[in-house]
Design a protein around this ligand. Structure first.
Ligand code: CAA
Length: 370
């Protein structure tokens, strides 16, 4: 068993950390206050090769592994969780779905510009009546001669409005329930594709979250991703990997909060027991996250491990940031303190890409199936 990152992974982590500290952190608090997404940061990440970390060079990627991708999300989230989730959804939900299920033509047309940082990706599954129960979606894709007509309303789409390419799930046959769901690649600007309400959120405020309305939106048949009826499987398998990204985001948030406590409390009466507990939890969450990422890279099953990682890391982020605010006292409750933003950002990691309750359901079902 090897617990050491390879030299390549360590160097990559340093490269992302330098970028995060020098170019992301300085504007993080202000972007959060203004609820402002900064496309320039994404463009810079494209130049540095961070927008296609795990994809092969033939698709414009860096050809690195999933551990490197998790390291990048962690490092970014340590200073700005909004930037962390932007990269996570772009890579492991949009990019992964295209990489795993796309035809060669779709990969060249859509994955390559995502990898190269020319286009930003998004993933649209959730609806008003289908959050945790993803299979209950009502968005419909009606087949016509050379494509599909989409009608319906999606909500809570990360990167929406800013993203150029959307992986969208819709029902092609309601009778077949989960086997009647299909996945589509939809370009921003397609007639009949409109953005809904922009959410005002507790945390990750510089990450845009919007609804999408499909009103007679025509998608060409070339943009069906995978086979008709394969959509639910695509959505679920993408989330298996997406949850590694959210776990990495949670680890980054928790580490950022702990670092802030150490830096500010060094010369004061810190609570040493509390610091030790925070650090121990973070290390355990990190190991679970890297394990799941490593399994993805080595071709081993990782759905259960990614659920373990997300469940534990998100609870860790929440507990550590609660403790951090408490340690800072009154100051911790103001937005002048560094930990208030971490505290608000942590909460969503227990909710999106499958709530903690859903992670428990996924884990228990797998245990019983074993
Ligand atoms: N991999 C492959 N196939 C899977 C799978 C997986 N991980 N999970 C389920 N499936 C398959 C099943 O094998 C089954 O296929 P068969 O009929 O051939 O056996 C089919 O899918 C249906 O599965 P279930 O019966 O288990 O489905 P279910 O209706 O009971 O739901 C669930 C399962 C786990 C609760 C699922 O609905 C779920 O994960 N819900 C949470 C949704 C979620 O995470 N949403 C996040 C939104 S995206 C987001 O937040 C992104 C963002 O912007 C940040």
């Amino acid at each position: 068993m090897e617990f050491q990152l390879s030299e390549k992974q360590q160097n990559f982590r340093i490269k992302v950390r330098d970028f995060a500290q020098q170019e992301v952190e300085p504007t993080a608090a202000q972007r959060d206050r203004e609820e402002r997404f900064d496309r320039v940061l994404f463009d810079r990440m494209g130049q540095l090769g961070f927008t296609g970390i795990p994809w092969p060079e033939e698709y414009g990627g860096l050809g690195a592994d999933y551990v490197s991708y998790a390291l990048a999300v962690e490092q970014l989230s340590q200073v700005c969780a909004s930037t962390g989730v932007m990269l996570s959804v772009h890579t492991s939900l949009a990019g992964w779905s295209l990489y795993r299920y796309g035809t060669e033509e779709q990969k060249q047309k859509y994955l390559r510009p995502l990898s190269e940082g020319k286009n930003l990706g998004a993933y649209s599954l959730t609806e008003n009546e289908s959050g945790s129960d993803a299979g209950a979606m009502r968005t419909r894709a009606m087949k016509e001669e050379d494509g599909y007509i989409l009608n319906g309303t999606k909500i809570f789409v990360t990167n929406a409005g800013e993203a150029d390419i959307y992986v969208v799930f819709a029902m092609t046959d309601f009778q077949k329930r989960s086997k009647g769901c299909s996945a589509f690649i939809v370009e921003k600007g397609t007639p009949g594709f409109h953005f809904g309400k922009k959410e005002k959120k507790l945390g990750i405020r510089s990450s845009p979250t919007m609804g999408i309305i499909f009103d007679q939106c025509r998608v060409p048949k070339e943009n069906l991703l995978g086979n008709e009826g394969e959509g639910f499987k695509i959505a679920m398998t993408a989330l298996d990997g997406g949850r590694i990204g959210i776990a990495a985001q949670a680890v980054g948030i928790a580490q950022g909060a702990l670092d802030a406590c150490i830096a500010s409390l060094k010369n004061r009466q810190a609570a040493p027991t509390k610091l030790a507990d925070m650090a121990t939890r973070i290390e355990a969450a990190r190991l679970l996250t890297y394990q799941a990422a490593w399994r993805e890279s080595t071709g081993l099953p990782y759905g259960k491990q990614s659920a373990f990682a997300k469940l534990f890391a998100s609870d860790t982020a929440m507990q550590v940031t609660i403790d951090a605010v408490q340690m800072f006292g009154d100051f911790g409750y103001t937005d002048d303190s560094p930990v208030e933003r971490y505290f608000r950002d942590a909460k969503v990691t227990q909710i999106y890409e499958g709530t903690s309750e859903i992670q428990r359901l996924v884990i228990s079902r797998m245990l019983l199936a074993d």
